[in-house]
Design a protein around this ligand. Structure first.
Ligand code: HEC
Length: 143
């Protein structure tokens, strides 16, 4: 059954279909209840470092060569599913149940969700604002 999952991956099916194939093939132990787990952000922070996620995504999930994780783009169930079967496993390593349980991934998700964004809003950067409004000679905004 494992082949089916990889074959499906190779065919580049959508995440939704892949989820179904993987669930049907039972190649991973991903629980249907991943959405219901309650994550612990403090434990998640420790795990984010232990699993070296920070090495590719940065300590705040906003830097590094991997994509931004802050704010999270997925909900918790999708997040767990993604970590089991990342689209590009040669770039983003898969994390399997026996090592990284659903609960641990839920903890990491809670940590990422708890992070404030360190990036300022575009509106608060005068030069960006000038570019966005097309007024490059704009004086500094009053505030
Ligand atoms: C070796 C570097 C590396 C490590 C370690 C790593 N990632 Fe990634 N991650 C990536 C890259 C690169 C991508 C983008 C993959 C692609 O191009 O599809 C990615 C993608 C992701 C995504 C999807 C983001 C999106 O918006 O699509 C999530 C979520 C994620 N990583 C979470 C984690 C977590 C949590 C950990 C630790 C448990 C982790 N990653 C460890 C490199 C890494």
């Amino acid at each position: 059954m494992r082949m089916t999952g990889w074959l499906a991956l190779g065919l580049g099916v959508s995440g939704a279909v892949l989820f179904t194939v993987v669930a049907a093939g039972a190649t991973t132990e991903t629980s249907q209840d991943a959405a219901a787990l309650r994550g612990d952000a403090d434990r998640g922070r420790v795990l984010f470092e232990a699993y070296t996620c920070y090495g590719c995504h940065g300590y705040t999930g906003e830097t590094g060569f991997g994509p931004r994780l802050n704010p999270p783009r997925h909900d918790q169930a999708e997040f767990v599913q993604y970590l089991r079967n990342p689209r590009n496993p040669r770039r983003m390593p898969p994390y399997q149940q026996d090592d990284a349980s659903d609960q641990k991934l839920a903890d990491i998700f809670a940590y990422l969700t708890s992070l404030p964004s360190a990036s300022p809003e575009a509106e608060s950067i005068p030069l960006l604002q000038a570019i966005l409004t097309g007024d490059e000679n704009a004086d500094n905004p009053p505030h």
